[in-house]
Design a protein around this ligand. Structure first.
Ligand SMILES: Cc1cc2nc3c(=O)[nH]c(=O)nc-3n(C[C@H](O)[C@H](O)[C@H](O)COP(=O)(O)OP(=O)(O)OC[C@H]3O[C@@H](n4cnc5c(N)ncnc54)[C@H](O)[C@@H]3O)c2cc1C
Length: 252
């Protein structure tokens, strides 16, 4: 935290510059940045805010504290010694971040908040079930790479179709169960919940869930109320919302 005139506020984001952009799948762009990103955590599935500010805006010039639109993303790779960070952007249609990622080129600048949060890997982890959608693939990759060798994993990922399938990690095979929801956004999470209902895992298993808000809440509620999984064995995060928010709120 920084203190200006006695008022505490969040640290100012830093500018980061695109060095490389490549298509991973028809709906995913991998973008690598260079810049002095501040890292506050060593947990996998950490995240940061990206700020989409027009060049020369009052905020960039430090003349305004009203922050531009921001979105949350997972740093898939972080190399602080090289000031390098890589993010995999799902291109889902409309949206400030998606539109930006579509056209991002080397030299483009956006702003990054601190890398924070993430999954606090339990000490007694022996089996981890990871359930997510396309936005969670980068985080799943960081989790399977961070958990102890020998941990059993069950990985369930819901995407639009087989074009979106890609291994979460190049170094730790996790053989995901792929689910295809199709392009109708109202079907998000249906197959995920059905699959979770059908699988058997040891009662000692931990669960990590991330994806569309209502889909993740439905899976978590099922686990708690029907499977009686203790809440402290479930880490659940809403990564996006199917219901569009009031546009005035979106620009916060
Ligand atoms: C902790 C965390 C980590 C995340 N990590 C990643 C990541 O690594 N990669 C990644 O791609 N996303 C990630 N997300 C999700 C990402 O922040 C959201 O998808 C975000 O809404 C995208 O912003 P946008 O400007 O493109 O769309 P918005 O302006 O936020 O939304 C525009 C419209 O698109 C819809 N929408 C938003 N996201 C999606 C989607 N994924 N699929 C379909 N429709 C959508 C909304 O309902 C809305 O109607 C993460 C989110 C969190 C909270």
């Amino acid at each position: 935290m920084q203190c200006h005139n006695g008022i505490m506020d969040t640290p100012r984001p830093v500018p980061i510059t695109v060095t490389f952009s490549q298509e991973l799948t028809p709906r995913t762009r991998r973008i690598t940045f260079e810049g002095p990103v501040v890292i506050d955590t060593s947990h996998p599935a950490s995240y940061l805010s990206l700020y989409f500010s027009d060049p020369g805006s009052d905020w960039q010039e430090g003349k305004s504290t009203a922050a531009p639109p921001k979105r949350t993303y997972t740093p898939r790779y972080l190399l602080p010694e090289c000031d390098s960070m890589t993010i995999d952007f799902v291109l889902h249609g409309e949206g400030r971040a998606t539109q930006w990622a579509h056209t991002a080129r080397a030299g483009d600048v956006i702003w990054a908040g601190h890398v924070t949060g993430g999954y606090d890997v339990p000490d007694d982890l022996s089996h981890l079930v990871l359930v997510g959608d396309d936005t969670a693939i980068p985080a799943i990759g960081t989790v399977v790479e961070a958990i102890p060798d020998g941990t059993r994993t069950t990985v369930i990922i819901e995407v639009i179709d087989e074009d979106d399938e890609r291994d979460p990690s190049d170094v730790v095979p996790c053989d995901p169960i792929w689910l295809h929801r199709g392009t109708d956004v109202t079907d998000v999470g249906d197959q995920m919940l059905n699959l979770v209902r059908s699988i058997t895992v040891p009662p000692s298993a931990y669960w990590w869930l991330a994806g569309e808000r209502e889909a993740i809440l439905a899976v978590r509620d099922y686990l708690v109320t029907t499977r009686h999984v203790p809440r402290d064995r479930i880490a659940a995060a809403a990564y996006w919302r199917i219901i569009p928010l009031d546009p005035r709120l979106r620009e916060r």
